[in-house]
Design a protein around this ligand. Structure first.
Ligand code: ZN
Ligand code: ZN
Length: 84
């Protein structure tokens, strides 16, 4: 089954090649994209919904656990299905 979730920073779909990270609001991005976003953004906000992200040194809390990623991808897949 194709999972069409994608990183809204670079617009590429998620695959197994690149690490994925999530912010507390549940949005997911490539980890490298998210780290670069936090490096360049004036404040730590979610790139997608602009909610304030709790500051943390070196973004260790942004590392996404595997089960959380599966949940996020499954939710995105269900949302894309329900639109048809
Ligand atoms: Zn990306
Ligand atoms: Zn968000």
């Amino acid at each position: 089954m194709p999972i069409r979730a994608h990183c809204t920073i670079c617009s590429d779909f998620f695959d197994n090649e690149r690490d994925v990270a999530a912010v507390p609001c549940g949005h997911t991005f490539h980890r490298a994209c998210l780290i670069q976003w936090f490096d360049t953004a004036p404040s730590r906000t979610c790139p997608q919904c602009r909610i304030q992200v709790k500051p943390s040194r070196g973004c260790p809390s942004l590392l996404l656990r595997h089960d959380a990623l599966q949940t996020a991808l499954r939710r995105a897949w269900l949302e894309s299905r329900s639109q048809n």
